[in-house]
Design a protein around this ligand. Structure first.
Ligand SMILES: NC(=O)c1ccc[n+]([C@@H]2O[C@H](COP(=O)([O-])OP(=O)(O)OC[C@H]3O[C@@H](n4cnc5c(N)ncnc54)[C@H](O)[C@@H]3O)[C@@H](O)[C@H]2O)c1
Length: 354
């Protein structure tokens, strides 16, 4: 089935960081998104466009119900546990939510005749040796994840590829590099808890909202000794999802596509950009390397250009950091959450007679 603007699109995990930006992009273009999310790490305040349904991706019955009720024609699947460190401590949860959730989603799609899927994958499917010599990564490189998180994403890709071929689903797995930035509207942005991503941590350090940054290693074989990463503006990522929905691919096709800007930026360059955007220095200390941290993770985005007609537009480092800083200063979800907390506290005191 071709996806048109009249096709209701189920966005699983659409209350999260990248999901909310994709929902906005769909809505801006006249699509009809339906967010399905259990709000375990997402925000109801981020669901400003389309319908919202509270539910868990592992709940096949609820998925079938939402697909039928809303006449869903395509699915974008973001729902996942995402912290690499936690995946080492609790791989059981990651396999249950990430792989179990994708299993139940594919099953519901098959039963409801939904034949188009875009899946959130990650550069973490490539091995530790990928990017040696600071070379850009293409999709053909060996897959050898270094964490249970990466294992679950690679397992999902393979499961989707198998089922796409068997059941005539057209699927694209987008392997994101480092998502960053925020929509310039200031309405939605990044708010992970705990936050483990460099740009929000550096902004929090500069503005005094967080502790000083730790730079993990400055003895890598890179131009300034710190790690190189490929930062991709979240609005560019959102546009890649729309392009993947529209890509003219045959039934049963599965494609895995890197989504990155194709440029490596070092930790020091990020610190400089944050200093410039916030007008304040970033306090930091230099620590040792983290286990399994490659020197360089930079996308070769050629396939995204040829297959999806997609190219990063807003992913200059300073632009990303300026948008992230504006969002950090607006703190929209935090204020809502804080206000809710204060109201709950007042209710609690009133109930206690205080
Ligand atoms: N942020 C990045 O840099 C990055 C990089 C590579 C890949 N990814 C992938 O992109 C996707 C989105 O990442 P994000 O940064 O927006 O994360 P996020 O935590 O902000 O969003 C995930 C969303 O999924 C929802 N969710 C989680 N478990 C669920 C469940 N069992 N049922 C229903 N909803 C559930 C959460 O409530 C949240 O709204 C994830 O699959 C992640 O692995 C992210």
């Amino acid at each position: 089935m071709d996806v048109t603007r009249a096709t209701p699109v189920l966005v699983v995990g659409g209350a999260g960081y990248i999901g909310a930006h994709t929902v906005k992009a769909l809505s801006d273009l006249g699509y009809r998104p339906v967010v399905y999310d259990n709000l375990s790490s997402g925000f109801r305040e981020a669901c400003l466009w389309g319908d919202f349904v509270h539910g868990d991706v592992r709940d096949g019955r609820a998925l079938r119900e939402v697909m039928t009720t809303h006449q869903i024609g395509a699915v974008i699947h973001f729902a996942s546990l995402i912290e690499v460190g936690r995946s080492v401590a609790r791989p059981d949860l990651f396999w249950e939510v990430n792989v179990g959730g994708t299993t139940s989603l594919l099953c519901a799609m098959r039963e409801c005749g939904v034949s188009r899927l875009v899946f959130s994958s990650t550069a973490a499917v490539y091995g530790a040796g990928a990017g040696e010599g600071n070379a850009a990564l293409n999709e053909e490189l060996p897959k050898d994840p270094t964490s249970p998180y990466g294992d679950t994403k690679l397992a999902c890709e393979r499961m989707i590829a198998n089922q796409a071929a068997a059941f005539g689903i057209t699927a694209v797995a987008l392997r994101y590099f480092n998502a960053a930035g925020a929509d310039p509207s200031g309405l939605i942005g990044e708010a992970h808890d705990p936050e483990t991503h460099l740009i929000p941590l550096a902004i929090a350090a500069a503005t005094g909202a967080g502790k000083p940054l730790t730079v993990f290693g400055e003895d890598f074989d890179t131009p300034d000794g710190t790690c190189l990463r490929d930062y991709i503006h979240v609005n560019d990522l959102a546009a890649a999802h729309v392009a993947a929905l529209q890509a003219p691919l045959p039934h049963g096709a599965f494609e895995a596509v890197n989504v990155g800007a194709g440029e490596g930026r070092s930790v020091r360059q990020v610190i400089e950009a944050v200093t410039q955007a916030t007008g304040r220095p970033v306090p930091y200390t230099v620590g040792g390397r983290r286990a399994g941290d490659p020197a360089s993770l930079v996308a070769d985005p050629a396939r995204a250009a040829s297959l999806l007609g997609w190219k990063a537009q807003r992913s200059g480092l300073l632009q990303i950091v300026q948008d992230a800083t504006a969002w950090h200063r607006a703190q929209r979800y935090g204020r809502v959450a804080a206000a809710t907390g204060q109201i709950l506290e007042l209710h609690r005191r009133a109930a206690a007679g205080g």
